[in-house]
Design a protein around this ligand. Structure first.
Ligand SMILES: Cc1cc2nc3c(=O)[nH]c(=O)nc-3n(C[C@H](O)[C@H](O)[C@H](O)COP(=O)(O)OP(=O)(O)OC[C@H]3O[C@@H](n4cnc5c(N)ncnc54)[C@H](O)[C@@H]3O)c2cc1C
Length: 496
């Protein structure tokens, strides 16, 4: 176990006004370091990768105040890997492989994240999903999918005929024969989720080291030595939550359990005028390659069409392709013809960490004081809190003394969702602080006050894209054409 203090030698990022005033004893904030040498004394646990999985684990381990924890991230901000570019669905797990680890962790994680979102202010809309059959073969598959949902302990799904389906989704294309209604499927903000986990972890003492790539792993003086581009980092236990690169790190520790094949998903984002065209998440009948192309509303009031599923070699290939986008348009035209008349405001692509296995690759190696959290492919956002709890159990079973448990102080995140009041809609907030009434980004209605708060938060953004994920500034139809210069000026001002 570590003792508090002895955390010197780094250039700390300024954090202002992060915590509300209270008379209760305050946990000590961890450091957020973007550069400089790393602390020389060993951590109890180092987590490699600050995606939704690494941050969820950091938050869960932060409940044990005697542990000294480092979250180590190669990029300049949290959540910049697969976690920033997904379809943002809080799954029920109705279609998971029954009996698999993924099925259990998605089921448990969905409940946990829904409760956490309500407590924290992460926007979630329980719009429900319709799994639509477009031919007789797919129609015949629906009862099997309903039975599979039951085996996954999801009992609320219901078969629906073509008439009811078209009543529920009046803009649906012709030819749909029926659907399986899965009312528990929701849409969620993936950016706020990762930020909430990381914020709560840092406020309870976790050190977040950014721009810090783990290049090699070895041993020195009875602890594990991580060689990083920012110098050495010592730790007693190591957790590999490196997403697409989890296989590389696993091999560096002598294992040959899985190979990550990046499976690209390209998506189209339609403007807010399209939002009224769709009420549910519209899913196809899944195939061996995955869940298929969906049409779904977003919590920001847009409509998504995608993702593709392309197995690639390049773990950096997050570009989009003409073929990929044309394929999506063709599928979208069949599902919701009116959607294709609407304007597209953004195109993006994310990479799933697919492996040769059908399940997550979460393995403890107690002899090495090491846990791998690999192969978290297309459900990791949903399962994140349950994965974190599972890994914490593996660490304890493997010999890590967790020490006493503390309740975490709740965090309250800024609301980015359209279904809940935004600051510009709250007269009492504007009366108390007029900065919330001064709009900077008019497309997304983001106020100066929200930008100021994000720039002064526990984990401030490292760039304008990070600011967009924290506020929605520059995410609207003009893509920053009108507000870009002001947003940049506010960002630059906060850095000086
Ligand atoms: C197109 C698409 C759609 C999806 N849709 C959904 C959905 O609707 N619902 C859902 O629940 N899930 C969905 N997912 C899955 C979900 O996004 C992922 O399971 C989840 O984001 C994985 O998180 P992670 O933390 O494991 O990986 P990442 O977010 O990739 O994080 C890993 C981090 O490790 C860092 N790293 C790697 N190597 C090193 C190193 N050597 N040193 C330091 N840092 C390192 C990386 O920089 C990265 O930040 C989707 C995924 C995609 C791509």
């Amino acid at each position: 176990m570590s003792t508090p203090g002895a955390r010197g030698g780094t250039d700390l990022r300024l954090r202002r006004g992060a915590r509300p005033a209270t008379t209760a004893p305050q946990p000590k904030d961890g450091m957020v370091t973007p550069s400089g040498p790393l602390p020389s004394s060993p951590y109890d646990v180092a987590i490699v990768g600050a995606g939704v999985i690494g941050t969820a684990l950091a938050r869960t381990l932060a409940r044990h105040p005697h542990l000294r924890i480092a979250l180590v991230e190669a990029q300049d901000d949290i959540g910049q890997g697969s976690s920033k570019a997904n379809t943002a669905i809080l799954h029920t797990g109705f279609d998971a492989a029954p009996g698999s680890l993924e099925a259990r962790l998605v089921r448990e994680g969905a409940r946990q994240l829904a409760a956490y979102a309500a407590e924290t202010g992460i926007p979630v809309e329980p719009v429900g999903a319709l799994l639509i059959a477009w031919d007789e073969e797919q129609l015949a598959a629906l009862p099997r999918l309903a039975a599979k949902a039951e085996r996954n302990e999801y009992t609320d799904s219901r078969l629906m005929g073509a008439t009811e389906l078209h009543d529920r989704e009046p803009h649906l294309g012709p030819g749909a024969l029926g659907a399986l209604h899965v009312p528990g499927e929701s849409i969620i903000c993936p950016w706020t989720t990762t930020l909430a986990y990381a914020t709560q972890a840092v406020r309870h003492g976790v050190d977040l080291h950014l721009n810090c790539t783990v290049e090699q792993v070895g041993r020195q003086d009875g602890t594990r030595l991580l060689s990083t581009n920012r110098g050495p980092l010592h730790t007693r236990w190591l957790v590999n939550a490196a997403g697409l690169h989890a296989d590389t790190l696993d091999r560096a520790l002598g294992h040959d359990d899985f190979t990550v094949t990046p499976r690209r998903g390209q998506l189209l984002v339609f403007d807010k005028f399209a939002r009224d065209l769709v009420r549910h998440i519209l899913l196809p009948v899944p195939t061996a390659l995955g869940k298929g192309v969906l049409v779904a509303p977003t919590v920001y009031g847009n409509v998504l069409l995608g993702p593709t599923a392309e197995d690639l070699d390049d773990k950096r290939a997050t570009g989009s392709t003409a073929d990929g986008l044309e394929g999506l348009r063709a599928k979208g035209r069949r599902i919701l013809p009116g959607l294709l008349d609407e304007e597209i405001t953004a195109v993006y692509a994310g990479l799933r960490a697919a492996t040769e296995h059908e399940d997550y690759r979460i393995t403890a190696h107690p002899g090495q004081s090491y846990v791998t959290v690999g192969g978290i492919r297309s459900t990791g956002l949903t399962a994140s809190l349950a994965i974190a709890a599972h890994v914490t159990e593996l660490l304890a079973d493997g010999g890590l003394d967790l020490g006493p448990v503390q309740e975490l102080e709740p965090v309250r995140m800024p609301n980015l969702g359209e279904a809940f009041p935004r600051p510009y809609q709250r007269p009492e907030l504007i009366a108390a602080d007029p900065e919330y009434g001064t709009l900077v980004c008019h497309c997304e209605r983001v106020s100066r006050g929200e930008i100021r708060d994000a720039l002064a938060a526990t984990i401030p953004p490292a760039g304008l894209d990070g600011l967009r994920r924290r506020t929605r500034a520059r995410a609207g139809r003009c893509q920053g054409f009108y507000c870009g210069a002001t947003v940049r000026a506010l960002f630059e001002e906060a850095r000086t």
